[in-house]
Ligand binder design. Structure first.
Ligand SMILES: Nc1ncnc2c1ncn2[C@@H]1O[C@H](COP(=O)(O)OP(=O)(O)O)[C@@H](O)[C@H]1O
Ligand SMILES: [Mg+2]
Length: 588
């Protein structure tokens, strides 16, 4: 096996394709056998019509013989027709199945990847990669797979029968085919390199598009429509241009293909005609031979085309395979344990990039049911600290214990199901209020009683049941909740957290974006929420902080002060400075 071929065999894209195909082995075999049978049948057609012509020319033979051959011709041709249709249908079937499975695997993988991967990626790029990978694989299987084997068979048969009719001519045909193959191998390389480049360009363009779409309000607010349209045109324009270049290369390949084949066919047929004149050959032989030349060339050119298709698909699948080999969040390890709510950080450190620590040697004990306020300058690592408790990220040093047990004892599902977060940037789905609240516990999506109860406790019923929300809980709230005010969004988020009835509650600057009336509502909603659970509040407002059992002050990645409001004020340290600088909001 050549070097290039070895490399192809080790290629991840090839492996992926083979694996996916082997999963559909049963359907494949069925289709394969039927199409091969079809190809064998089809191989006899030219021989039969050659015989028809011969019998028609031979005035001494019985005319019935000719009709028998015509009948055979029709029957075999129609059987061939049936097997071809069957193969097409089967190919489409297997193609859809494999394409669908690959697409779903890609999407599932995307959803299950850890935050540290997802935070770095342009998601539009990945979705495009998975979509294209699935689509191309489906297309290749549908168009190419089942036809590969029968085409190859037809080709071999045609050559074989030509050898039998007149080997001198058949050898010429083979020589042409060999010449063609050599010429094609070099052009394929070129088109593959182009394809790699094109795939990357498409993905980048789609990645940017997603970025624009998800930030469309910012685009408009900064009057950057022109700027973004220009960038979109640049990115996608470049893709289309490159596609044109690739198509040019393909066209050149096809022209060359026809040049070789066309000249070859003319040469062979001319020789045949001469032989007819010399009497070495009869007309029936020549007609059959002509049929077999078409029968050899057509599948061969289809083979070449499909081979190119397969090679181009490999590039798509290689990229999908790379994505699929990214490590998922580990959902298997760990078990389910009910959480009481004691949290302990033991010498915990964390770094996003593996170089500089965001948090360093954090030691902190929180007892079940306590409310702990975490304060510190912006960007000091408060959100990161809470992300560690949810295991969106894992500590790079030290340990986090819950109820005296290492946090890794819990499965991610078990751990997260007992925690609720009201995050800094609240995620809203462009769906009904019902779904947005019940998102904390989707099983209760249609439990109106429960929805109304949590909405009431979260002070959200007041606006949901107002006249402006004509559809009440079935009101759709727009792209990322655009139809809601910040305060309303926050109350929905609190209702969502209540829905979870968590043991540990994390409130990330939950009241920072609010006017005083909304804040009053939210504050009261929060009181209902933090009762009887361990609560971590990342807060700007002194009013929230003062009620906390304990205030933790983070500075330069370390915990510098822990205590009650009055004690910390008296301590005259970082906390006091924060308060004095009014770094966290209104003092009262
Ligand atoms: N996904 C991330 N990758 C790399 N750095 C990050 C990431 N998220 C946050 N950071 C950095 O970590 C630091 C702490 O961020 P964060 O915990 O959000 O701060 P806080 O919540 O205290 O304002 C910041 O300097 C921020 O730039
Ligand atoms: Mg934060």
């Amino acid at each position: 096996m050549g070097d290039v071929q070895m490399k192809t065999m080790e290629n991840k894209g090839v492996k992926l394709m083979l694996k996916r195909l082997s999963e559909e082995k049963k359907s494949l075999w069925g289709g394969f056998l039927v199409t091969c049978a079809g190809a064998v049948l089809g191989a006899f057609v030219p021989l039969i019509y050659g015989q028809v012509i011969r019998l028609a020319g031979d005035k001494n033979s019985f005319i019935w013989y000719m009709w028998i051959y015509v009948l055979m011709w029709v029957t075999i041709d129609q059987l061939h027709n049936l097997t071809t249709r069957y193969a097409d249908r089967k190919g489409a079937d297997v193609g859809w199945t494999i394409g669908y499975k690959l697409f779903m695997d890609g999407l599932e993988h995307l959803v299950r990847l850890p935050m540290n991967f997802l935070a770095e990626q342009r998601l539009g790029k990945i979705v495009q990669r998975v979509e294209r990978g699935a689509d191309r694989l489906e297309q290749t299987i549908r168009e190419g797979l089942f036809s590969l084997a029968p085409h190859f068979l037809s080709f071999t048969f045609a050559i074989g029968i030509m050898m039998w009719i007149k080997w001198q001519l058949a050898i010429t045909v083979v020589a042409i085919v060999v010449g063609y193959t050599t010429a094609m191998v070099s052009s394929n390389k070129k088109i593959l390199a182009l394809n790699r480049e094109i795939r990357k360009m498409w993905e980048e363009a789609w990645g940017h598009l997603w970025d624009v779409v998800t930030n469309i309000k910012a685009v408009k607010a900064n009057t950057n429509e022109e700027f973004e349209i220009k960038r979109l045109k640049q990115n996608f324009g470049a893709c289309y241009d490159k596609e044109r270049t690739a198509e040019d290369v393909r066209m050149k390949i096809k022209t060359r293909e026809h040049l070789i084949f066309g000249l070859g066919a003319v040469a062979v047929i001319s020789c045949g005609a001469l032989m007819l004149r010399w009497g070495v050959f009869d007309a029936g032989n020549l007609i059959s031979f002509l049929g077999y030349i078409t029968m050899a060339y057509t599948p061969f050119s289809r083979l070449a085309h499909n081979w190119r298709l397969v090679q181009e698909t490999i590039i798509n699948e290689e990229r999908v395979a790379n994505f699929l080999s990214e490590e998922r969040e580990n959902y298997e390890s760990g078990g389910h344990f009910p959480i009481a709510g004691n949290i302990e950080f033991r010498d915990a450190s964390f770094s996003y990039d593996g170089q500089s620590n965001i948090l360093e040697n954090i030691n902190l004990q929180i007892s079940a049911g306590e409310t702990v306020a975490i304060v510190g300058e912006s960007g000091v690592g408060k959100t990161t600290l809470t992300d560690l408790i949810c295991q969106f990220y894992r500590t790079t040093g030290g340990q986090i214990m819950i109820d005296g047990r290492d946090i890794s004892c819990w499965s991610l599902a078990s751990l997260r199901s007992q925690i609720a977060i009201v995050p800094q940037d609240i995620s809203m789905f462009n769906d009904k209020i019902r779904l947005n609240i019940a998102y904390g516990n989707v099983e209760h999506m249609d439990n109106d009683e429960m929805l109304e109860e949590v909405a009431r406790v979260a002070y959200a019923n007041e606006f949901i049941e107002s006249e402006r929300f004509a559809d009440g809980y079935d009101q759709v709230i727009g792209e990322r909740g655009i139809k809601l005010s910040a305060g309303q969004r926050q109350r929905i988020a609190i209702a969502r957290a209540l829905m979870r009835d968590p043991k540990i509650l994390i409130l990330d600057e939950a009241t920072s974006a609010l006017d005083s009336k909304s804040e009053k509502y939210v504050q009261e909603a929060l009181q209902a929420l933090i009762k009887s659970r361990t609560t971590l509040i990342i807060a700007h407002r002194l009013s929230t902080i003062k009620k906390a059992d304990k205030i933790v002050v983070i500075h330069e990645g370390k915990i510098v002060e822990v205590g009650k409001h009055e004690d910390l004020l008296a301590f005259n340290g970082v906390y006091r400075k924060l308060v004095e600088l009014q770094n966290f909001g209104i003092l009262n």
